[in-house]
Ligand binder design. Structure first.
Ligand code: UDP
Length: 493
């Protein structure tokens, strides 16, 4: 797709300070480098450990990509060294200080945009100010959304029409208006900022305005996955947008890439454990193992961990469970250690503590389905490998993503989660072992519904692979976007 006479584009990527936003945006930055764009990723030291290994690999392949480290002003905001992100282990009381650190960094980032002289910038949705800076510098800003087109369309609809105000109770269902499908939800399942206005509602307004001021947006999605919502979103927002996914499939072609993802955490957990899971998984029959994981941000209370453990044991299926202890009390430690010991003895289950090499695990033929929180990246990754999901939405836009998986694509079985909560809170809902067990049974026990679901997700997996090949929808989007950006650069010359 490159002509020697065309200028090389120079770009800056600015991920947000949280693993769950860093991972897909860095994959996207690497995708641009793969397409011969010069890429600089701006990040802080601690956050860069999550992805630096991948950048080193790409660099050794001759791609023009690097990280520019800025120092997080920990001492200025009264934070210990190393706390510079919104992650699962960030103490709640430190969150405003991390925001403050980001605020202090803004002028430094702005001046980097000036001195590095990029032709365009790609910044996370949580940097709305970057749209104005880009305008000042006369370069396009592209906004990165960490969500699905369906989720953004649904949130937009609730903001516009407030359907949740027309029902009598928090548990009564309402239809989300003006969407391609009739999707129903309850007030309890809506994010708090959509239920009633708070500070985050204001922030989301500013983000939306900044999107309209930007050149366009990019999503880790592909046309065939949510085509109606892709079209709907562009129309509803009146903005340009490009689906460039599945980004994880496109840039992480080798096992070395897949293993490098989330490297910092894997190193802490130790290499031996990784070898352990692989050996264990390779000893299991095809499609027999459940992969149970709730993303990078979640921690369950002891009461919920107990229900999950019993549900998995009672299901009779093999499973890998990526689990985090809840440090609030020692109860869960003892319970989980006993559980792990028992699972080792029976060979039924394998626990991975903290962080798992998800891409490598999911593509192992022994995996037969997921139990997942419907984090958008995991949804895309599960479709990519053609596996159905037991859906258990928790926070962020997970409940909207569940609608896509269960109601639109019909490739998932819900556990019946009723209540949205904040990412750093436990909430009041504990999903019972019977409900988890029923959903697992429907996904794994070979019934008619399961067969149809598996057929559908396998077909989508083929579409995902086509999307990133020459002539595929995401491939064409990438070519189109780069051509448009080059035209802007040439027009200036
Ligand atoms: N991930 C991983 N290992 C883990 C947990 C997460 O590799 O133990 C990766 C996963 O492959 C995905 C991302 O981290 O790309 C998590 O994003 P998602 O949107 O699924 O969930 P979030 O972390 O935002 O809740």
């Amino acid at each position: 797709m490159e002509s020697q006479n065309e200028p090389k584009l120079k770009s800056i990527f600015l991920p947000f300070l949280s693993t769950s936003h860093i991972i897909p945006l860095v994959d996207m930055a690497r995708l641009f480098a793969l397409h011969n764009v010069d890429v600089t990723i701006i990040s802080t030291k601690h956050n860069s450990t999550i992805f630096q290994n991948s950048i080193n690999l790409d660099s050794s392949r001759g791609r023009s990509i690097r990280t520019h480290i800025i120092e997080f002003p920990a001492s200025k905001v009264g934070l210990p060294i190393g706390i510079e992100a919104f992650n699962v282990n960030t103490p709640k009381e430190m969150i405003p200080k991390v925001y403050m650190g980001l605020y202090i960094l803004q002028p430094e980032i702005e001046s980097l945009f000036e001195t590095l002289q990029p032709d365009f910038i790609v910044t996370d949705m949580f940097f709305p100010w970057s749209a104005d800076v880009a305008k000042k510098l006369g370069i396009p800003r592209i906004m990165f959304h960490g969500a699905s087109y369906l989720a953004r369309s649904a949130a937009h609809s609730v903001e516009q029409f407030a359907p949740h105000l027309n029902v009598e109770s928090d548990t009564e269902k309402f239809v989300i208006p003006d969407l391609p499908d009739k999707l129903e939800m309850t007030r309890l399942q809506l994010p708090d900022w959509l239920r009633s206005p708070n500070q985050y509602t204001e922030l989301m307004k500013v983000i939306k305005e900044s999107e309209r001021k930007s050149f366009g947006s990019v999503f880790n999605s592909f046309y065939e996955l949510e085509s109606d919502y892709y079209d709907h979103y562009k129309k509803a927002m009146g903005t340009k947008s490009w689906g460039l996914g599945p980004v994880s499939l496109w840039v992480n072609q080798d096992d070395s890439d897949k293993a490098a993802r989330g490297y910092a955490k894997k190193e802490q957990e130790g290499e031996k454990e990784e070898e352990g899971w692989l050996k264990w998984l390779n000893s299991k029959p095809e499609s027999s193992v459940l992969y149970v994981s709730f993303g990078s941000m979640n921690k369950f209370p002891y009461s919920q961990l107990v229900e999950i453990a019993h549900a998995l044991e009672d299901s009779g299926h093999n499973f890998i469970w990526v689990v985090r202890k809840n440090e609030q009390n020692g109860e869960s430690d003892v319970f989980l250690e006993d559980f792990e010991k028992r699972m080792k003895e029976t060979g039924k289950g394998f626990l991975i503590w903290g962080w798992a090499p998800q891409l490598l695990i999911l593509e192992n033929p022994a995996i037969g389905g997921l139990v997942s929180h419907c984090g958008w990246n995991t949804v895309v990754e599960s479709v990519n490998v053609g596996l159905p999901t037991v859906t258990w939405p928790l926070f962020a836009e997970h409940f909207f993503n569940e609608k896509l998986v269960v109601d639109v694509l019909k490739i998932g079985v819900p556990v019946g989660a009723k209540e949205w909560r904040n990412w750093n809170e436990f909430g009041s809902e504990v999903v019972k072992r019977e409900d988890i067990g029923n959903a697992i049974r429907l996904m794994m026990d070979g019934g008619e519904e399961e067969v149809a679901m598996r057929k559908r997700v396998k077909e989508l997996s083929v579409e995902a692979k086509k999307a990133v090949q020459v002539g595929g929808s995401s491939y064409n989007n990438m070519v189109e976007l780069i051509q448009e950006l080059k035209a802007i650069k040439l027009a200036k010359v």
